[in-house]
Design a binder for this molecule. Structure first.
Ligand code: CIR
Length: 253
């Protein structure tokens, strides 16, 4: 069960953030509304939502997931691979200190984005991506292994972040898309396969009794529902435009 979630309000500079998509510039007013709905959805799942005020100097900082990896016993402050995002960790570090005594840090030349880290029970998967390098992945691996977690490093071929293409629902079930469908490391799990036209929906989040998914992906919604989960659907258009998904918008612990 998750008790808490940290989110960060998007600032006006959000529309100038990084993106590889060609979906157009986000509308700030709609983004704010979608963010508010996201907070409400988390509250409906029974978590206390801690909302950090916006910081205009970091346009992408609403995507808090990339700044830390949280486990029940300790936190790891990441070292985001995008230059314009690296300074986001300073503010996050001071918030995390209010919740964790044991905090580790990924250090240069290692880089790591939290979006590349997926936990499935006591097994962590760490993606090597444009943002997370081998050094950063190995630093996190060492920290997690000392704490008796199992760790597998997964070099990505196409996805932006590891969690762009995979989510863990619980009960040994994963939602999986693209390059991860036939990936040998994920064969041991029961798969809910996301068709190519619904790939964005692979980034969904199980929060206590609910699975939160982006709105508009009917086949995947049905498949998750048929697997027995209660669903909350959220409009995510303005975050999709900046390469962000549901997991990116919070740190859940
Ligand atoms: C970025 O390029 O860093 C942001 N525009 C999107 C980050 C999305 N984060 C995530 O998938 N964990």
């Amino acid at each position: 069960m998750f008790k808490n979630a940290i989110v960060k309000k998007p600032g006006k500079s959000y529309v100038q953030g990084l993106t590889t998509s060609n979906l157009g510039k986000p509308d700030y007013t709609i983004a704010l509304k979608q963010h508010e709905n996201y907070i409400q959805a988390l509250a409906r799942c029974g978590v206390d939502v801690i909302t950090i005020p916006e910081s205009e100097e970091f346009p992408d900082s609403t995507f808090v997931e990339d700044t830390a990896v949280l486990t029940p016993r300790f936190a790891v402050i990441s070292n985001p691979g995008a230059g314009s995002r690296n300074g986001e960790i300073t503010a996050m570090d001071s918030y995390i200190k209010g919740y964790y005594e044991d905090i580790y840090y990924i250090k240069a030349p290692g880089t790591l984005d939290g979006g590349d880290v997926l936990q499935i029970e006591n097994h962590f998967y760490i993606g090597i991506s444009e943002r997370t390098n081998e050094n950063g992945a190995n630093q996190l691996k060492d920290i997690l292994e000392v704490a008796d977690y199992k760790v597998t490093i997964i070099p990505l071929k196409q996805f932006f972040h590891l969690k762009t293409g995979i989510a863990y629902l619980g009960n040994n079930q994963i939602v999986v898309a693209g390059e991860f469908i036939d990936h040998p490391d994920f064969k041991q799990y029961e798969q809910i396969i996301v068709p190519p036209e619904e790939e964005y929906c692979a980034n969904c989040i199980r929060v206590n009794d609910y699975v939160i998914i982006p709105k508009g992906f009917e086949k995947t919604r049905e498949n998750i529902q048929n697997a027995g989960y209660e669903i909350i659907e959220l409009e995510m258009t303005e975050f999709q435009k900046q390469d962000g998904g549901l997991s990116c918008l919070s740190l859940r612990f």
